[in-house]
Write a protein that binds this ligand. Structure first.
Ligand code: PLP
Length: 410
């Protein structure tokens, strides 16, 4: 049999297998969403494999290397035998270090038993929603927003209630709208500041007003602060710092964005100790623990020199300015100046193109990978997300390509 015939017969055999034993997924899998950034990356890589030159502005990760002192701490830990299982909630020394760090940065008292270390920031979203929300509950989440919130709320069978982030408010949420969405079924409110995908940052007054609205209701708040160190104007404010809110908050933060450690997989949640034991139980049931040598490196990240964080933030700010200025020169595009994170979220309504179609065209015709605003929910229609985690040279190349594409096609 030649190669083509062999492959056809193998495929036919596989199809027969598939029909003989259909995959009987649990129904809940139909409700699980995804993160489009990874799909666009695959598409962009396929074009590159065919010889196309693509500028990558789709990825949500720093393009910097992890600082050398952190890498040294990890290799040292490997040689010292941190190659075994550790406690599900994290190594005691790292939990202590995180408690101190969050205590200082948020102006609250945090103890180690209120810290759970997990592989990345994402598992805190996964576990918190899994532990708290179920059929009959409502969860309010930002839209446009990180797609995993909506995906997980749907997955656990709760009702996903979007709060629209509006451009005219610089993508801070409208507190009156939030108030109107809260009812007796509201179990959880998700906040994210600085925000992905818009770069919006909640001001102190916003946080205070949100706490006021929640009042003394029995509602938990998942406050996703993974970009807390990437702020260009003003300061980071956490709802967990507000009197009376601490025991109703789960604060998510981590190492991925702050220390350019996305591939290390390490993040954490701060929450009341009784909830922490349940989240640790979910860790026992899923991962056992976060990699031990990675956690030793995490201690170095928090206690060691912090210049790399400041330098990275200053560089992102420069790139943000170049990107926003450039986009505002492009026909049909208008872009506000985001105050944090490393994304810009231009309005493309004047192009009269749907976001997804425009993102596809920019990738295929102009060789620029960006994400459709709708990858972040229905209220992302009319916008695109560009990540500025690429060099100024590449950002300028992308802007030029998008600009000439717009001149030709709009
Ligand atoms: C808002 C937000 N939360 C959480 C995460 C997850 O971060 P990690 O890579 O540490 O899981 C991301 C990553 O893009 C994010 O944008």
């Amino acid at each position: 049999m030649n190669k083509v015939a062999e492959s056809i017969s193998a495929r036919a055999a596989a199809e027969t297998d598939a029909t003989q034993h259909p995959l009987r997924l649990a129904r809940r899998m139909e409700r699980l969403g995804t993160e489009t950034a990874f799909e666009v990356l695959v598409k962009a890589r396929a074009l590159e494999a065919k010889g196309r030159d693509i500028v990558h502005l789709e990825i949500g990760e720093p393009d910097f290397d992890t600082p050398a002192n952190i890498i040294d701490a990890a290799t040292d830990a490997l040689h010292k035998g941190f190659t075994h299982y550790g406690p599900s909630a994290g190594l005691p020394e790292l939990r202590d270090t995180i408690a101190q760090y969050v205590g200082e940065t948020r102006g609250i008292n945090v103890t180690a038993d209120e810290v759970v270390v997990v592989p990345g920031g994402k598992p805190i979203i996964f576990f918190a929603i899994l532990a708290l929300a179920e059929d009959g509950d409502e969860v309010i989440y930002p839209n446009p927003g990180f797609p995993i919130y909506e995906s997980m709320i749907n997955y656990v069978g709760a009702k996903a209630v979007p709060i629209r982030l509006r451009e005219e408010l610089d993508f801070r949420l409208d507190v009156d709208e939030l108030s109107a969405l809260i009812n007796d079924r509201t179990k959880l409110v998700i906040l994210n500041s600085p925000q992905n995908p818009t770069g919006g940052v909640l001001e102190k007054e916003d946080i205070e007003a949100i706490a006021d609205i929640i009042g003394d209701r029995d509602i938990m708040v998942l406050t996703d602060e993974i970009y807390s160190r990437l702020i260009f104007e003003g300061e980071h404010h956490s709802i967990m710092s507000i009197d009376g809110m601490k025991e109703r908050c789960i604060l998510l933060d981590g190492f991925s964005k702050t220390y350019a450690m996305t591939g290390w997989r390490m993040g954490y949640g701060i929450m009341r100790a009784d909830l922490a034991t349940h989240i640790a139980r979910l860790m026992t049931n899923s991962n056992s623990c976060t990699a031990s040598f990675t956690q030793v490196a995490g201690i170095e990240a928090l206690r060691g020199p912090q210049e790399s964080v400041d330098n990275m933030c200053a560089e992102f700010k420069k790139r943000r300015d170049v990107t926003v200025n450039g986009l505002n020169e492009i026909k049909g595009f208008s872009c506000r100046l985001p105050k944090g994170a490393f994304y810009v979220f231009p309005n493309i309504k004047k192009t009269e193109w749907r976001s997804k179609k425009l993102a596809d065209a920019l990738l295929e015709d102009a060789g620029v990978a960006a994400l459709s605003g709708t990858a972040f929910g229905d209220f992302g229609e009319g916008y695109l997300r560009f990540s500025v985690a690429n060099s100024i040279e590449n950002i300028e190349k992308a802007l030029e390509r998008v600009g000439s594409w717009a001149d030709k096609n709009l």
